[in-house]
Design a protein around this ligand. Structure first.
Ligand SMILES: O=C(O)CCC(=O)C(=O)O
Ligand SMILES: [Fe+2]
Length: 279
């Protein structure tokens, strides 16, 4: 199995990228429109936020699920017993954000959403017609003007040594949404599960973007694109003392968008959140 690394500017990029998604559920692109300096500023600004007490004043709103989620309420991946070793901050288009962090994060949201629309166009154009004729709308149109797309700023604290045995940074899971756009994290750790069950590190140098298929694209394509299981493993040696930040943008269609005969985006999301015990 090979997660391809594709030059965004290359004429062959749309085919190569789509092939990687089809074969592995993942693709990596370089030379893309997300400025590396913007991502670096976001990582350092948000590291300071997560390392301050200020974060507790931004605790999430249970009605909207926007805001800061401390480690004590963090997700537990399906089949995992311990909570993930992570904290995060959820941002939707109208969510409140600390003022000193707001301009960069809104800019990132806007640019990454634009890249996602372009990539969905590539996928659409390179999907066999017997699969794409089932799409209820062009894939890039499904996310247009969506208020559901979620930006998650993730902070995995340095390991203290007092973690519960078996607890990991992010337990094996699949994403619920259409696709996920993820700039290279500041530390390694992301792994993808191959068809043969072995775990592979997702190759990702600074400045690159990782894209993965979520359950909604798997559902809309009737399994043609696989929503691949992934996880974040714990660091070893010197890296244990370092925090890891990452910035996934989860692209969600508008609620009324039809995914399949069984599901709209809204009914699908609700079913999955109920399974996760979040609804
Ligand atoms: O932190 C990462 O690299 C991946 C995070 C992830 O898979 C998620 O939040 O769904
Ligand atoms: Fe994920």
């Amino acid at each position: 199995m090979q997660v391809r690394n594709v030059d965004y500017q290359d004429a062959q990029a749309p085919q190569q990228f789509t092939r990687s998604l089809r074969e592995t559920g993942f693709g990596v692109v370089r030379n893309h429109p997300v400025p590396a300096a913007l991502v670096e500023r976001i990582y350092s600004g948000w590291a300071a936020f997560f390392e301050s007490e200020e974060k507790h004043r931004w605790r999430y709103d249970p009605a909207t699920h926007a805001g800061f989620f401390p480690a004590s309420v963090s997700e537990t991946a399906k089949g995992q017993r311990q909570r993930d070793l992570k904290e995060y901050y959820h941002i939707y288009p109208e969510s409140p954000v600390p003022e000193q962090l707001e301009a960069d994060i809104r800019e990132y949201y806007r640019i990454a959403e634009g890249v996602a629309a372009e990539l969905l166009g590539w996928i659409e154009a390179n999907t066999p017609v017997e699969v794409s004729e089932r799409f209820s709308a062009p894939l890039s149109g499904m996310i247009r003007d969506s208020r559901q797309t979620l930006l998650r700023v993730l902070y995995y604290p340095p390991l203290s040594g007092s973690e519960e045995p078996g607890a990991v940074r992010a337990g094996a899971h699949e994403d619920i949404n259409l696709i996920t756009v993820l700039p290279a994290a500041n530390e390694s750790g992301l792994e993808v599960k191959g068809r043969d069950g072995e775990w592979l590190a997702v190759p990702c140098d600074p400045g690159q973007l990782v894209i993965n298929v979520g359950d909604m694209l798997q559902e809309a394509s009737d399994g043609y694109y696989p929503s691949t299981t992934h996880r974040v493993i714990n660091p070893v040696d010197a890296a244990r003392g370092r925090a890891r930040l990452s910035l996934p943008l989860f692209l969600h269609p508008r609620p009324e968008v039809v995914l399949s005969e069984r599901h709209s985006a809204d009914s699908y999301l609700k079913e999955r959140l109920r399974e996760l015990g979040v609804l």
